[in-house]
Design a protein around this ligand. Structure first.
Ligand code: ADP
Length: 595
């Protein structure tokens, strides 16, 4: 700081002094030049006038060859101390008279020149024609010393030097006073800026010392400081609020280095801010991500956010489960600038959840056990019921056959009702048994050739074939991964329904085909039957889900429930597309058998 202070002061002073010196030098040079030039001109003027006067006076003595008179006239030059030599030459250029009388030869001209003047290094020389009756009768030579000129020159130099020194002294004093007006406001600004940068004290203000541009600059600087102070206050308030949360909040840069670590993070993980800042977050917390970090970062880049759960390790080595929310903060150029990460401790929740899952699994197992027991029970009950039922059927048939002559018509009618009811009960029991068989036990899946399977079903079912019905199998059918017996049950039930639910007088037409869906196969069973209203499409797959009159079409309402159960057990799906009067298209989706 002191260096800067002296620098600006000295610079301002140096500039003022430099300007003063230059101005003085230019002024002095101009003045001296002017003086020298005008002095020389005046010298020439004086000497020429003197030469003309003397030439005029000396014309007579020269004409009459009166040397003494000439010398007397020339001796008048004593009055002009600058004149160091004078000589008169006749028409032929011969020496006639001189001043002083004993003139050193080196002061005489080497040769006579035309009338006029010229300067040598130390003298002004004038030649003047001596005229008598308008004829040149000789030449006057005058030599004036330039000592006077040089003396004057040196005097000017001395005066100029003295003035220069005096002016510099005055300029120095003035510059010292003036520079304060410029440097003091700048120094005040510098001092304030120094305090802000060193002590981070935004309450400092620079004093406004002038009303000029520097004053404006000081005002702007103070306003900027006030704004910064307000922003700083707001930021401090926000930071304080962020520190109130229980959540761990951290910010990491593009290299995952921690740049912000709130108090919640300190409490949750046990690392202080000093320990955490600058560290790679997932290294510090030994994070176990649900997926590879690259995948999470890819998702973050794509969606600008990521939500998920991770496992972190605290400073004391304890593991905690956290619900993590990442938000990508993009820089001005849209690049990955930093990531805001908020972590909530869900360790207790996870433990509670795990306990809940354990309880659910325990109860499900118990329930499963009970269901299995119930299924076994209903299976054995159904199975055991068939023996007395068959006895009822047998005796009813025997009565109808052997006693038809001795029984009256009403008794025969009642017997017929008994026989029909027991037949229906038998069908029901058989279907319930079939459903139970499909519903329980482990099954193994194998590739099944559907074309062959349908071929094997046909001999036992003349109702699927002409003339009673027409069955079109669109070959080739894709092989599926399934269970032979379950699939036979499904095909039999679906074809059975297709020939059963047709308007009277219409010959059932069935089409079976397959289509590939990636690595699965959809098997279609399409008929020209009475169709089913879409509102019943879910219901028909439930047990006893009949939607058409049982009296008219028969059936137990279990067939499609068996189909659905069997398909589910084979890892597939079942569905229907149908409208009333438009036929039905049932479909099964099963895994494709890879050959
Ligand atoms: P059901 O023993 O009555 O055939 P399902 O479970 O096989 O029992 O069928 C349930 C109900 O779905 C049937 O009662 C019938 O109303 C309807 N349904 C099944 N298949 C067809 C079909 N191909 N065309 C029209 N309705 C059908």
């Amino acid at each position: 700081m002191p260096k800067g202070q002296s620098s600006i002061k000295h610079r301002v002073r140096a500039v003022i002094l430099l300007v003063s010196i230059v101005v003085l030098l230019i002024t002095a040079t101009a003045f001296v030049t002017y003086e020298v030039v005008s002095f020389r001109a005046q010298l020439v003027q004086n000497l020429s006038t003197l030469a003309a006067v003397i030439a005029d006076n000396i014309a007579a003595p020269l004409a009459f060859n009166s040397e003494e008179t000439a010398e007397e006239i020339l001796s008048a030059l004593k009055a002009e101390p600058d004149i160091v030599a004078a000589a008169v030459f006749d028409r032929e250029g011969k020496f006639f008279a001189s001043y002083p009388l004993q003139l050193q030869t080196n002061l005489l001209p080497a040769r006579l020149e035309d009338a006029g003047h010229r300067f040598t290094a130390d003298a002004l020389i004038v030649f003047q024609s001596v005229i008598k009756e308008e004829k040149s009768i000789g030449t006057l030579y005058l030599r004036a010393s330039l000592q006077g000129l040089y003396g004057r020159f040196w005097r000017y130099g001395a005066i100029g030097g003295t003035v220069l020194m005096g002016s510099l002294g005055v300029a120095f004093v003035l510059s010292t006073l003036l520079q304060k007006r410029i440097s003091d406001p700048i120094l005040a600004l510098t001092t304030a800026a120094h305090k802000v940068s060193q002590a981070g004290d935004y309450s400092v203000r620079a004093p406004k010392l002038t009303e000029d541009e520097l004053g404006t600059l000081t005002d702007a600087f103070n306003r900027m400081l006030a704004e910064t102070q307000a922003n700083h206050g707001r930021l401090a308030e926000q930071a304080r609020l962020l520190n109130l949360t229980f959540d761990a909040i951290l910010v990491r840069d593009a290299q995952n280095r921690i740049t912000y670590w709130n108090r919640g993070a300190e409490e949750l993980y046990g690392f202080t801010q000093e320990e955490a800042l600058g560290r790679i977050s997932h290294e510090l917390l030994r994070t176990e991500f649900p997926d590879a970090l690259e995948q999470l970062e890819e998702k973050l880049r794509r969606d600008h956010r990521w939500l998920g759960e991770s496992v972190h390790t605290r400073k004391d080595g304890g593991k905690i489960h956290v619900a993590s929310r990442w938000t990508l903060d993009r820089g001005a150029q849209g690049n990955h600038a930093s990531t805001l990460e908020i972590n909530t401790d869900i360790t207790e929740r996870r433990a509670f959840q795990a306990e809940l899952e354990r309880l659910v699994a325990e109860r499900t197992a118990k329930l499963q056990e009970t269901i299995s027991e119930l299924e076994a029970f209903s299976y054995s009950v159904s199975h055991d019921m068939r023996a007395p039922l068959r006895a009822m059927q047998g005796y009813a048939k025997a009565l109808l056959k052997d006693y038809k002559d001795s029984l009256d018509s009403q008794a025969m009618h009642f017997l017929d009702r008994i026989a029909r009811a027991s037949n229906r009960l038998d069908s029901l029991i058989q279907d319930v048994l079939a459903y139970s068989r499909v519903a329980k036990g482990e099954i193994a899946l194998h590739p099944v050739d559907l074309e062959r399977l349908i071929q094997d079903v046909l001999p036992n079912h003349p109702e699927f074939q002409p003339p009673q019905a027409s069955l079109l199998v669109e070959k080739p059918l894709h092989a599926v991964l399934g269970h032979e017996a379950y699939l036979t049950q499904c095909v039999t039930n679906l074809l059975g329904n297709a020939v059963k639910f047709v308007p009277s007088g219409v010959i059932p037409q069935i089409r079976v085909r397959t289509e590939r869906l990636q690595d699965r196969v959809r098997i279609w069973f399409e008929d020209n039957g009475i169709g089913i209203d879409p509102s019943h499409h879910d219901r028909i797959f439930e047990i006893f889900g009949q939607v058409h009159s049982e009296k008219k079409y028969g059936g137990t309402g279990i067939g499609l429930a068996i189909v659905r159960k069997a398909v589910q057990r084979m890892g597939g799906e079942v569905g229907i597309e149908s409208e009333i009067g438009q036929g039905s298209r049932f479909w099964l989706i099963l895994n494709e058998a890879k050959t």
